[in-house]
Ligand binder design. Sequence first.
Ligand SMILES: *[C@@H]1O[C@H](CO)[C@@H](O)[C@H](O)[C@H]1NC(C)=O
Ligand SMILES: *[C@@H]1O[C@H](CO)[C@@H](O)[C@H](O)[C@H]1NC(C)=O
Length: 452
Amino acid sequence: MAFSSAAPKFTVRRRPAVLVVPVAPTPRELKRLSIFDEQDSLRVQISNIHFYRRNNSMGGKDPVRVIREALAKALVLYYPFAGRLREHDGCKLAVDCTGEGVLFVEADADVCLEYFGDPLLPPFPCIEELIFDVPGSSAILNAPLLLFQVTRLACGGFILAVRANHTMADAQGVMQFLGAVAELARGAQALSVLPVWKRELLEGRNQQQPVMLHDKLTEAKASSIMLPLDNAALRLRSFFFGPREIAAIRAQLTPHLQKRATKFDSIAGWIWKFRTVALAPEPNEVMMLVVAVNARGRTTATAGIPIGYYGNAFALPVAMSTARELCTKSLSYAIELVKKAKNQVDMEYMRSTADLIVLRRGQCTRITTGMYSLSDATRARFEHLDFGWGKSVYGGPAEAVGNPSNPWLTSFLLATKNANGEDGIIVPMCLPGPAMDRLVGEMSKLLAYQPM
Ligand SMILES: *[C@@H]1O[C@H](CO)[C@@H](O)[C@H](O)[C@H]1NC(C)=O
Ligand SMILES: *[C@@H]1O[C@H](CO)[C@@H](O)[C@H](O)[C@H]1NC(C)=O
């Protein structure tokens, strides 16, 4: 379902897509993906988008050319992206490093940056024009693994949109690759981070039973009775968490948590609790908050995920509570559960998750309204990507919601500024109208909160 605003359409002139290949010969080999990469849920595209202002110090350089040339150079070290995925032994995947290249579309739009909103945040009008789905480029095994579109704007700014097949990389991994393209675009002779493949690091241990208890998710699912929310009745709205909102949340926590709750913990705990209050489910309903946790920062350099690893390396630990407890207990209760879920993630947890993925292959996941998932897109630092034109005005996910078929299920935390230029985090959310009104009410209460 599309939440794009009804702004009038603009005209985009696109040149036919071309394949960009590595500038130098690359090894022809078959590279296996990890058990994490192979998950069915990741056989989708992830798209991000970056908006740049005109920059006079660039002296009229053409962003299309600069980015296309840097891309061809970056593909020398990141040559698996220029290959094609193959399936083997049933559900296993490998990249055939054929060097065939990635898709690149050059475009011009007859509008200025301001057209896309101020502040710039998803949903963006006519996003499908900015990341055009080139016929034949998706949903087939033999497709290019990346699609780039660079759109010049009438004001001298430009937009870079990148679509990647999630099986190859997570958001952090895509960002690492784009960081390499940006460094080369700025004239670097060598990359500051070299790509590391090593997907075998995230193999399981071939045990019959995973030792850790993340089976909870399955048990809870079996008990869930609520039906998924009706997409047609959903409204999209974004909630801003700046210094004032964070301070108001922290002021309500136990002294212990006031020191330990990160911005993410505070926002995630608040949203989980008050989204539940707003939805008003059966008190016995099990509410599950799935938190995307990047394992890179949580493993040691010697026994963990090495710097430069660009495959999928995130876990999805779950915080669980009955709706009754979540609604009636303090905010500290929710935030403690979020912290506890996150803190489980280390290398051992990743290996046991790999075992679990293998055990559950072929079983489908049942989605209920008790589930909700948050993904911190501020961590990938998309907005820092500089191709020579300075930092982007917005850099991050191209869509406001993470899961188009269940838009209420996944929200991103996005880095932004509010109308007063304050830095903060914005969370676009989808809820049925009445629940959305209640959540807006809770947000006003938060801002009116006066510590005793
Ligand atoms: C992504 O790659 C996987 C594995 O080859 C494939 O099954 C899937 O169709 C691709 N997804 C899209 C949307 O292209
Ligand atoms: C123009 O680009 C330079 C070099 O990347 C950067 O330092 C500067 O901030 C940019 N200016 C604007 C207005 O973005």
